[in-house]
Design a protein around this ligand. Structure first.
Ligand SMILES: *[C@@H]1O[C@H](CO)[C@@H](O)[C@H](O)[C@H]1NC(C)=O
Ligand SMILES: *[C@@H]1O[C@H](CO)[C@@H](O)[C@H](O)[C@H]1NC(C)=O
Ligand SMILES: *[C@@H]1O[C@H](CO)[C@@H](O)[C@H](O)[C@H]1NC(C)=O
Ligand SMILES: *[C@@H]1O[C@H](CO)[C@@H](O)[C@H](O)[C@H]1NC(C)=O
Ligand SMILES: *[C@@H]1O[C@H](CO)[C@@H](O)[C@H](O)[C@H]1NC(C)=O
Ligand SMILES: *[C@@H]1O[C@H](CO)[C@@H](O)[C@H](O)[C@H]1NC(C)=O
Ligand SMILES: *[C@@H]1O[C@H](CO)[C@@H](O)[C@H](O)[C@H]1NC(C)=O
Ligand SMILES: *[C@@H]1O[C@H](CO)[C@@H](O)[C@H](O)[C@H]1NC(C)=O
Length: 488
């Protein structure tokens, strides 16, 4: 080989290093809500501070994934005007979480100003409200409805086995020993919280809500409405936080009884389905954002083995924390590469992300050593705990009534043909609206079942005409549409 040729090879190598070849093909974000009022005083509300945190974090993600000059720009994603086929947002029915989502989305796709101005047939021009504010629909996810008004997420879950499993913590030895060793600490807080907690409630059993009340008061209450006194030093607050984290982590995850982590199991199924959709659709869908609560983070951290690699992962993540799964490749071609060239990278940031300060960092999943996990490996490892269908959920949860009454024995849960209870509390919000469109039909039960099914698994994206059409067709021919119709 001539010297010249060697030099050429070296030059092209360093050029390749300089122009980072990585392409980001898609991403799934799970985002915690922002600062809110105390759980002990429901109904909880998102505060202005919390709204700001979500907006800032949304702006951060705009700068990472949407902005055309970002090195993490998702290939082909619309840079100014949102393309609703590319972006999917979902949240449980919960005031704090849904409004957080709205704040985040405002930052993700900010107003487009005069670009949104329309000229009508009659020649007059129409200005879009709020300087071209962009509207991004948010679909429902089943798990976690009303979670911010409840002390513990599982009390809003309908998964029977998960409730039992989480509650097992209260009879464990580690719980009992902390209950007694921390008794004095909690009792000493009485003068500070006696307006909210009675003396009998002041113990480790309420570790999270007690810490939460004090945490909120230290952020929001004026010095006249709340005087922490010498009692509440930083050190005591830190101790209360560590106890609250221990309490919540143990409810969210138990290595010898996986079902307590049902929130993380369901999320893993949703992430798999969404990233797979990005791949199989050739990149038609690109970015998914789900809004939720800290317990889902903790469940996923436990399942993915993050807490064993780094114990900060067993601490409650701050308001507006984000985790994301990025679909990346070093393939230099265009279009969707083959799955063997695609990897998944997990990133997390504890608290509000702001450009220029500390933000997302990559962490290895499943106890691996690499930050980028080949797609096939990611699928394989995730499937060990992911809940991907209604049938799988019913089985894991041991539920046999409501939406589980009619689970068929078909794989994939895509043929629940018999009627499911239309009175199922979990589905009524959505089913009523659709029921009005369909009218009084004997197939209502099937319809509700299908909607609840798809809401549960993917977070519903209504595509009213086609979805309804296929449901009509389905009930006529007594077959049912594939679940993917709701993903269109
Ligand atoms: C990226 O583009 C935006 C808008 O064109 C600009 O405001 C921003 O400064 C650019 N950022 C970088 C890192 O070049
Ligand atoms: C043009 O049409 C819009 C919408 O129908 C109406 O509000 C507006 O008054 C019309 N303008 C003129 C000049 O007729
Ligand atoms: C975890 O689950 C096992 C099996 O159900 C139970 O014995 C144990 O007490 C649980 N541990 C905690 C900390 O909840
Ligand atoms: C709570 O305790 C403080 C200090 O002991 C006392 O001043 C206050 O009246 C008590 N409030 C209630 C509602 O009992
Ligand atoms: C904070 O203030 C609110 C009223 O503004 C009050 O209800 C609440 O009890 C206070 N929190 C604490 C911990 O004192
Ligand atoms: C991805 O989607 C394709 C087509 O729907 C399906 O055959 C495949 O099993 C899915 N893979 C995963 C990992 O879900
Ligand atoms: C988040 O930060 C807090 C400190 O503010 C820490 O105690 C906790 O462990 C962190 N949680 C995670 C998941 O990193
Ligand atoms: C792409 O190449 C860079 C530099 O060699 C490497 O650090 C990174 O892990 C690769 N990414 C993927 C997805 O393989």
């Amino acid at each position: 080989m001539s010297v010249l040729r060697i030099l050429f090879v070296l030059a092209s190598l360093s050029l390749a290093d300089l122009t980072n070849a990585e392409r980001v093909l898609g991403a799934y974000i799970f985002q915690r809500h922002g600062d809110r009022t105390a759980k002990a005083w429901p109904p909880t509300k998102l505060t202005s501070l919390g709204y700001g945190q979500e907006y800032m974090t949304g702006t951060f993600f705009h700068d990472r994934y949407i902005s055309s000059n970002s090195s993490y720009h998702i290939e082909g994603i619309s840079t100014d005007t949102v393309n609703l086929a590319q972006v999917t947002a979902s949240a449980p029915q919960d005031d704090v979480i849904e409004t957080s989502g709205e704040g985040f989305l405002q930052g993700l796709y900010p107003p487009i100003g005069s670009v949104a101005t329309e000229t009508l047939r009659n020649g007059s021009t129409v200005q879009s409200p709020m300087n071209g504010y962009q509207l991004i629909p948010m679909s429902d996810v089943q798990s976690g409805s009303g979670s911010e008004d409840n002390a513990w997420l599982q009390s809003t879950s309908s998964c029977n086995n998960a409730k039992v499993s989480s509650n097992n913590y209260f009879s464990s030895n580690s719980f009992k020993s902390l209950l007694s060793s921390t008794k004095e600490l909690y009792q000493s807080l009485e003068p500070l919280v006696n307006g909210t907690f009675s003396s009998t409630e002041l113990n480790y059993k309420n570790a999270y809500t007690i810490w939460d009340l004090l945490h909120v008061a230290l952020i929001h209450n004026s010095t006249t409405t709340f005087q922490p006194s010498s009692l509440l030093t930083d050190q005591v607050m830190q101790e209360l936080f560590i106890l609250a984290s221990e309490h919540e982590f143990n409810l969210a995850y138990n290595s010898s009884d996986q079902i307590s982590a049902v929130a993380g199991m369901t999320l893993a199924g949703e992430v798999l389905a969404a990233l797979n959709e990005t791949i199989t659709s050739g990149g038609k869908s690109k970015l998914n954002i789900q809004f939720g609560a800290y317990a889902t983070f903790l469940s996923y951290f436990g399942l993915a083995g993050l807490h064993t690699a780094d114990e900060t992962f067993s601490g409650i993540p701050d308001y507006a924390s984000s985790m994301a799964w990025e679909l990346v490749t070093n393939d230099t071609g265009t279009g969707m590469p083959s799955t063997s060239d695609i990897s998944v990278r997990f990133v997390f940031h504890n608290g509000t992300s702001v450009e220029g300060s500390t933000h997302l960092q990559a962490y290895p999943l499943f106890g691996q050593s690499t930050l980028e996990l080949p797609w096939a490996q990611f699928v394989d490892k995730s499937k060990k705990f992911a809940v991907s269908s209604q049938q799988q959920w019913c089985q894991a949860c041991g539920n046999t009534n409501g939406i589980c009454a009619s689970t068929s024995d078909d794989n994939g849960g895509d043929s629940s043909s018999s009627s499911s209870s239309s009175g199922s509390s979990s589905g009524t919000g959505m089913s009523l609206g659709v029921a009005g469109v369909i009218g009084a039909m004997v197939t209502l039960g099937v319809l509700v079942g299908l909607l609840v099914l798809s809401m549960f698994i993917f977070g519903l994206r209504l595509v009213p005409k086609s979805a309804l059409a296929s449901i009509h067709r389905a009930s006529d021919a007594s077959t049912t549409p594939a679940m993917k119709t709701t993903l269109a």
